[in-house]
Design a protein around this ligand. Structure first.
Ligand SMILES: [Cu+2]
Ligand SMILES: [Zn+2]
Length: 172
C-alpha cells in the first residue's frame, strides 16, 4: 500500500518534470479557407534576439499577402474570424515588421511567385516561447491581399485565406 503510493508519486513527479520542460520549437500547419487551395507549414525556433520564423506556403495568388500572428489559435470559423485580431500584447499600433512600435504578430507580407509559392525566413524580435509574447496557442493567418503597414488595426490585408494554430513541437 505504502510502496504503491510512493511509486505513484514518483510517476507523477516524472510526468511533471517532463511537462515543465521549456518549449523551444513550434509549428503551425495551415489550412485553406473553403474553396481555396492554400497550404503551408510555418515553424518557430530559437534565434539570437528573438524567434526565427520559417514559412513555405503554396496555392496563393501571385504577389503580396499579409502574414500575421493573430490573438487566438482558433480556426473554427469558415472565414477564420475566430482567430481574432492581430496578436498585440503590448497594445501597440499596427505596422510593418521593421517599425519600432507594432503588433507582436506583425510579420509583414509573404510574397508569392508566379507559381503561388511563398517562402519566408525572418527573426522576429517581439516573439518568444514564454511570457506575454509567447507564440504558443496563437493563430497564424495568411491574407488575400497585401498588408499596407498603415491601416489600423489590420493593414487592410483583406480576407483570411489560410489559418493555422501554433502548437508546441518536439525540440531537437
Ligand atoms: Cu492578419
Ligand atoms: Zn497588426
Amino acid at each position: 500500500m505504502k510502496l504503491s503510493f510512493l511509486l505513484a508519486g514518483a510517476v507523477l513527479a516524472v510526468a511533471g518534470a517532463v511537462s515543465a520542460a521549456p518549449v523551444t520549437k513550434a509549428v503551425a500547419t495551415l489550412k485553406s479557407a473553403p474553396g481555396g487551395k492554400v497550404e503551408g507549414v510555418v515553424t518557430f525556433s530559437p534565434a539570437a534576439g528573438g524567434v526565427r520564423v520559417n514559412a513555405r506556403v503554396t496555392g496563393l495568388t501571385p504577389g503580396d499577402h499579409g502574414f500575421h500572428i493573430h490573438e487566438f489559435g482558433d480556426c473554427a470559423a469558415t472565414d477564420f474570424t475566430s482567430a481574432g485580431g492581430h496578436f498585440n500584447p503590448g497594445g501597440d499600433p499596427h505596422a510593418g515588421m521593421d517599425a519600432a512600435a507594432r503588433h507582436s504578430g506583425d510579420m509583414g507580407n509573404i510574397v508569392a511567385d508566379k507559381d503561388g509559392v511563398a517562402v519566408l525566413d525572418v527573426v522576429d524580435s517581439k516573439l518568444s516561447f514564454d511570457g506575454a509574447n509567447s507564440v504558443l496557442g496563437r493563430g497564424l493567418i495568411v491574407h488575400a491581399a497585401a498588408d499596407d503597414f498603415k491601416t489600423q488595426p489590420t493593414g487592410n490585408a483583406g480576407g483570411r485565406v489560410a489559418c493555422g494554430v501554433i502548437g508546441a513541437t518536439k525540440g531537437e
